[in-house]
Design a protein around this ligand. Sequence first.
Ligand code: G3P
Length: 233
Amino acid sequence: MRLFLDTANIDHIRHGVELGVITGVTTNPSLVSKEGKVDYRELVKEICSVVPGPVSTEVLSQTASGMIAEAREVAKWADNVVVKIPASLEGLKATSVLSKENIRVNFTLCFSLNQALLAAAAGATFISPFVGRLDDIGEDGMRVVVDIVQFLDYYELPTQVIAASIRHAQHCVLAAKAGAHIATVPYSVLLQIIHHPLTDIGIKRFTDDWRNVMGETGILATRTESDPHELTN
Ligand code: G3P
């Protein structure tokens, strides 16, 4: 499962990419708004220049013709732009048209297998089931991811699943177990999933054991009789 960052914050994106594990980014109008009043085109271009893979940007129009016009414009901003289109009737129509023009679509705000089925039929590159928002209303968000992955596998369809609206580390584990192609995670979750208390305890114990015998001598400063030319400090 690949990891995307779900944010429009350029510093967080740079950090994720520096860590070598973030291969794409997803944004939406709410995430962009958190960055204040920005030059949207410049922001998207900057994100696209930092990120090695797909960068999803969402349309605001609610009619198919409006979505198509926005998507055609946004697709010119960078080669790795993907257009996020909502899973509405108008969005479906727009997705069918854009896919035929080889503009990559991320069919978003998806909450059911039926919406995913239509996205795949319309040629969407990605489908984004929103796990956390389904959990919020007492449904099992991850069940929808499992069902969509199974459906796409069964019919050998190329649409990729982005598990979205990921809220915590356990969502990430379950998305991987479900076979989601990608999980798009908030920056806070990215920082959370590397952390394990036993790792911290283990690092401390190894360091303490070494120092008890070697003192403050580091690995690069050690020398043995059989290897007299090794670095001494
Ligand atoms: O990628 C979708 C995501 O931005 C929505 O997350 O937490 O607002 O449901 P959330």
